[in-house]
Structure formats: structure tokens, C-alpha cells
Design a protein around this ligand. Structure first.
Ligand SMILES: Cc1cc2nc3c(=O)[nH]c(=O)nc-3n(C[C@H](O)[C@H](O)[C@H](O)COP(=O)(O)OP(=O)(O)OC[C@H]3O[C@@H](n4cnc5c(N)ncnc54)[C@H](O)[C@@H]3O)c2cc1C
Length: 384
């Protein structure tokens, strides 16, 4: 059984049916689909690879690849270019409903219920006193009830972000994603992610430990930091992002945690959909190959697939508390397409801190400082 029908839950359910076509897989969610989810809606290339591997590549239909990406440092330096592979932006109200449809078409049973109780005994997990399963995957998001029921602690504020998103008319011209680090609430950033259909997802996010205001203050900062952008007030929605710099055990007994429930959000970029899809897929694999004791198998699979990358992202996320590192990183990204792609991959995929990246940082800082010196202006250093 899978609790939560977001990307992590659907990936677990689909992978279970793919590996064992006769498996009975129940997918439980408290919401009726389509439902909205506060998110930037950005899908990096690795998330797309996961969707394709799950046989769900069609969920992107009607949302063209967004090739351009512009990064801005807190000091105002900009680097723009086309990453090696494009991103996609699909509103979660659309993406998640499509994913659930794919799961149901693959033979997954969808049920609507909010899970509140779990008991493990006699080699079985009993959910809410009525449903029985050999293994349960808890994929119920950032406020996971399953994680709480396992007794795992929630993320401390230093490893938790809060972000608000809204929808606004997309800027004219070639669609380009904008990620701008901002000094207000540092380390913090705003984004504008056009969907390619005339709309842009816009948002602002920062560490929970750096934010002491209320919802109105989040909305004010979003408007102030993205001047000229006018999000529809009804579309403004905020939510927490549990960063992978603090992770609970990946499960207990016959219950596994995947996606946000397992704190699998990149602490550098706030990206979580790729890790949700990958961890859901791996949880299903562990559940089917080692149903009596799936946690060790799952821990191994997760470590092999994501461990080193998430550790490197956590190191950089800590280091970036010094704004000079963000300047140096962008300065380095401006020197070559390879450096640009390395930086993008650290936020969106699988890359690691390389010696070449470290060696490029001092020169990057000099470049960034001279680009913004005196004027604080924003010369765009195109990587191509
Ligand atoms: C503002 C914001 C912007 C973001 N931008 C991006 C981005 O651009 N790109 C990116 O990759 N990531 C982004 N993220 C992170 C991304 O949204 C999450 O990492 C991703 O949604 C995690 O997927 P999931 O399946 O683990 O959880 P979710 O998508 O949260 O799904 C959990 C599901 O569980 C259900 N549920 C919850 N509790 C229960 C219960 N007790 N019983 C039954 N069902 C339950 C919910 O209804 C929901 O459908 C952003 C997050 C925020 C907050």
C-alpha cells in the first residue's frame, strides 16, 4: 500500500506494478484529484528521465521544453544560457492528476482517505484499523502523518524552508527560467518559471529559521522582489520544504518513507520532484525484493542513487550562507558552458562538487565582484 498520491507515491505504485504485474497495489490520498500543490512546478531533466522510465512521459504533453535559464546573484550579477538539457514546467494541478490517471490505468487501486493510524504486527501493517498490507510506503509529503506515526522527528527549522508561489502572466519573449538569489532573508531566492503556455509560476523561498513573519509578509516580499510581476492573489500558496540536510531513518519494520516524507528536498535548490520520483521507485523495489525487512535494502538503494550527490548539495548549501560563495559560483558559471552545467546540475540533478569547480571559485569571485563593482548593476555574462 502507498499513502499519498503525489510524485513519490505514484512512482512507488507504478514501479510495484511494473516489477510485479500481479501485485495488488492500493494508493491512498486524502485529496480528490485534480488538486493543487504549492510548488514551483519545475521539472529538471532527471525528473523527466524518471517519468519516462515509469512509462509516464506523456504527462508532459502540451508543456514545451523551456530551454533558457537565467541565474542572478545577490550582488546583481547575471549569467544566462541554455543548460545541456532543458527543463519543463507543468502545474502540479495538471501533473499530479495525470500521474494518478497513469497509475490507475496501470491497475493501481486509488482510494480517498486520510491515514491516521498504523500498526505493525504478525508480518503485516494495518492502516486505520481496516486495510492490511505487507509493506506500506509513506509518501504523504512534508507534513507526513506516516513519519509521525513511526516516531521519526520532523525537520528542525535550520533544515526546513518555507516558500510561497503564485501564477502570473508570463513575460513576453522566449520563455526563460529565472532564479535570483536575494539578500532579503539570505540565503533566499525568487523564481519565475514560465510554463510555455502564457503563464509563469513565480515564488519566493527561504530557510524557516530566517523567517519570522506571517503569510502577508511572504506575499509582500514576493511582490517586492519580483517587481512588475502581478500574481493572481487567489493562486498564492505557501508550504514547507524539508531539506535533505536532516533526514529521518528511511523507514521502520515494513513501513518505508519516500519523497518529502523522507526529507528528500535538495537544500541548494529546493528541488524535490526528482528525488520524490526516484525514492518512490526505489522504495517499491525494496518492498518487492525484501518484503520481510525492506529498510536495509531501501537504505542501500537510496545511498547508491542519491547519497553522494545530496551530501555535496548539503555542503554547498551550508557554505552558501556566505553570500560571497554564491557570487563566486555564478562568476565561475559565467566562464564556460561546462561550469554553467555543473552548477545547474548541483541544484537539479546528480552532479558532485568537482575539483574543477573548486578551482574556478576564486576567479569566479573576482569576476563577479568586478562585474558589479561600483554600480551594483547587472551585466549579463552569457555563457554562450
Ligand atoms: C513553494 C514550493 C516550490 C517548490 N518548487 C519546486 C520545483 O520547482 N521543482 C521541484 O522539483 N520541487 C519543488 N518543490 C518541492 C516539491 O513540491 C516536493 O518535493 C514534491 O511535491 C514532493 O512530492 P511528494 O510526492 O513527496 O509529496 P507531495 O507532492 O506533497 O504529495 C503528498 C500527497 O500525500 C497526500 N497526503 C498527505 N497526508 C496524507 C494522509 N494522512 N493520508 C493520505 N494522504 C495524505 C497529499 O494529499 C498529497 O497528495 C517546491 C515546494 C514548494 C513548497
Amino acid at each position: 500500500m502507498v499513502v499519498g498520491a503525489g510524485p513519490a507515491g505514484v512512482a512507488a505504485a507504478l514501479e510495484a506494478r511494473r516489477l510485479r504485474p500481479d501485485a495488488s497495489v492500493v494508493l491512498v490520498d486524502k485529496a480528490a484529484f485534480p488538486r493543487d500543490k504549492a510548488c514551483g512546478d519545475g521539472l529538471g531533466p532527471h525528473a523527466v528521465d524518471e517519468l519516462v522510465a515509469l512509462g509516464a512521459g506523456g504527462v508532459l504533453d502540451g508543456y514545451p521544453p523551456i530551454r533558457g535559464l537565467r541565474l542572478r546573484s545577490p550582488g546583481g550579477m547575471e549569467v544566462a544560457g541554455d543548460p545541456a538539457r532543458p527543463n519543463h514546467v507543468v502545474p502540479r494541478a495538471v501533473l499530479d492528476a495525470r500521474l494518478v490517471e497513469v497509475a490507475v490505468a496501470a491497475g493501481v487501486e486509488l482510494r480517498r482517505a486520510g491515514v491516521r493510524r498504523l500498526e505493525q504486527h504478525d508480518g503485516r501493517v494495518v492502516v486505520d484499523g481496516e486495510l492490511t498490507a505487507r509493506v506500506v510506503v509513506g509518501a504523504d509529503g512534508a507534513n507526513s502523518a506516516v513519519r509521525r506515526l513511526l516516531g521519526a522527528p520532523s525537520n528542525p527549522d535550520r533544515a526546513l524552508a518555507i516558500a510561497v508561489r503564485g501564477y502570473a502572466p508570463a513575460p513576453a519573449g522566449r520563455p526563460e527560467q529565472l532564479i535570483a538569489w536575494v539578500a532579503e532573508g539570505w540565503p533566499a531566492y525568487v523564481w519565475s518559471f514560465p510554463t510555455g503556455t502564457g503563464v509563469a509560476n513565480v515564488g519566493y523561498g527561504l530557510l524557516r529559521s530566517r523567517f519570522h513573519g506571517d503569510r502577508a509578509e511572504l506575499h509582500r516580499r514576493l511582490r517586492h522582489l519580483l517587481p512588475g510581476v502581478d500574481p493572481d492573489p487567489d493562486s498564492l500558496r505557501a508550504h514547507h520544504l524539508p531539506f535533505s540536510s536532516f533526514r529521518p531513518p528511511p523507514g521502520r519494520g515494513r513501513v518505508l518513507l519516500a519523497g518529502d516524507a523522507a526529507s528528500l528536498v535538495n537544500p541548494l535548490s529546493g528541488e524535490g520532484i526528482y528525488y520524490a520520483l526516484a525514492s518512490g521507485r526505489l522504495a517499491a523495489r525494496a518492498a518487492l525484493t525484501a518484503p520481510r525487512d525492506p529498510v536495509p535494502a531501501y537504505r542501500r538503494l537510496l545511498g547508491r542513487a542519491l547519497g553522494r550527490h545530496l551530501r555535496h548539495a548539503a555542503v554547498l548549501a551550508r557554505a552558501i550562507h556566505a553570500p560571497a560563495l554564491a557570487e563566486a559560483g555564478l562568476g565561475a558559471a559565467a566562464t564556460s558552458q561546462e561550469m554553467f552545467d555543473t552548477l545547474v546540475e548541483l541544484g537539479l540533478g546528480q552532479a558532485r562538487i568537482t575539483l574543477r569547480l573548486l578551482a574556478a571559485l576564486p576567479g569566479g569571485l573576482v569576476r563577479a565582484r568586478s562585474a558589479t563593482r561600483g554600480t551594483g548593476s547587472t551585466p549579463a555574462g552569457r555563457t554562450r
